[in-house]
Design a protein around this ligand. Structure first.
Ligand SMILES: [Zn+2]
Length: 260
C-alpha cells in the first residue's frame, strides 16, 4: 500500500502509536537476511493496528511526500521523503506461521518499492486511480513480484508466499485465551485476548479475575481477535452490538473456565 501524504494524512500517521514490536522486527530482519542478503535494506518500522474489520493482516506502507526544494533559474526542484512501515494487525499474531507468510508477501512489496527512486515511487503512487488497500493494482503483483515470490517459494516450499490478498488467510482453528469481563459502566460485556500471555499479561489477567469478575476461557473464534490484549490500565474491547454482547454473556455464564 502506498500513501501519498497530505497534511491531514501525515497527522494521522503520526498519531498512530508506534508500538514496540521486537518479535516482528526480528522476523523482518531474518527475512531480509535470508531472501535479499545483498540488498542491505533497513528493517522497516513496525506498527501494530487493531482494525474492526479484518480486511487484511499486514500492510507494507510507503508514505511519500513531495516538497519544494528550491527554484533555480526558473527551474523547480523537489525533495522527496519516504517513510516505510509495516502495519500488522493484532489478529495476525495469533499464528506464527501465518504471520511469517503474510510478512514475506509484504516484504516483497518493500523490496520492490526500494528498487524505485523516490520520484518514481511518488509518481507511480499518484498515478494509481485507487489508493484503497485492495492490492489489485497492476504493478502490485506483476512479473517482478512473481519472480521474487517464486524465488522465496524455492527456499520455503510451494505456496509459502501466494498472490492472494493477505485478508484471505484464515486464522480459524487457532486456539487462544479469551478473557471476558462485565463492564458495568457501559452496561455490556468486554473482552481481551492473548495467545501466549507474557508475565505482565498473566498478572493483569489474574488481577481482572480477582477484582473485575473476569473469567478466562479458550476460544477458536477469530472474531474476538479484533479486540485488544490485556495490559495494566489498558481496558477491554466491548461488544458494540446485541449479538456480540449476548454471545459474550452466554460464554461467560455457561462455558468452562480455564486456568492460566
Ligand atoms: Zn500484495
Amino acid at each position: 500500500m502506498i500513501k501519498i501524504n497530505s497534511k491531514a494524512a501525515q497527522i494521522i500517521n503520526d498519531l498512530w502509536e508506534a508500538v514496540d514490536a521486537p518479535a516482528i522486527s526480528n522476523i523482518l530482519k531474518d527475512q531480509l537476511n535470508k531472501y535479499w542478503p545483498d540488498a542491505h535494506l533497513p528493517v522497516p518500522e513496525v506498527r501494530i493496528a487493531s482494525h474492526t474489520k479484518l480486511g487484511h493482516l499486514a500492510h507494507m506502507v510507503a508514505s511519500v511526500s513531495k516538497d519544494l526544494a528550491n527554484v533555480h533559474r526558473g527551474q523547480t526542484f523537489f525533495k522527496y521523503n519516504i517513510k516505510y512501515y509495516m502495519e500488522v494487525e493484532r489478529a495476525a499474531m495469533a499464528d506464527e506461521e501465518t504471520l511469517k507468510r503474510v510478512l514475506a508477501h509484504e516484504m516483497i512489496h518493500y523490496f520492490l518499492y526500494n528498487q524505485l527512486t523516490p520520484e518514481e515511487l511518488y509518481n507511480w503512487g499518484t498515478s494509481q486511480k485507487s489508493m484503497s488497500p485492495t492490492m489489485k493494482w497492476q504493478n502490485g503483483h506483476g512479473p517482478d513480484f512473481q519472480k521474487e515470490m517464486q524465488r522465496i517459494n524455492t527456499i520455503e516450499g510451494r505456496e509459502y508466499v501466494t498472490l492472494k490478498a493477505t485478508g484471505e488467510f484464515k486464522l480459524e482453528g487457532k486456539e487462544y485465551f479469551l478473557l471476558i469481563q462485565p463492564l458495568p459502566r457501559l452496561n455490556t460485556m468486554g473482552w481481551t485476548w492473548a495467545v501466549r500471555p507474557s508475565e505482565q499479561q498473566k498478572m493483569e489477567i489474574v488481577k481482572r479475575i480477582e477484582k473485575d469478575q473476569a473469567k478466562l476461557f479458550r476460544s477458536k473464534d477469530p472474531k474476538w481477535l479484533k479486540g485488544i490484549q490485556p495490559k495494566p490500565w489498558g481496558g477491554a474491547s466491548y461488544a458494540k452490538n446485541i449479538d456480540a454482547a449476548q454471545e459474550l454473556k452466554r460464554i461467560y455464564n455457561s462455558e468452562q473456565e480455564v486456568q492460566i
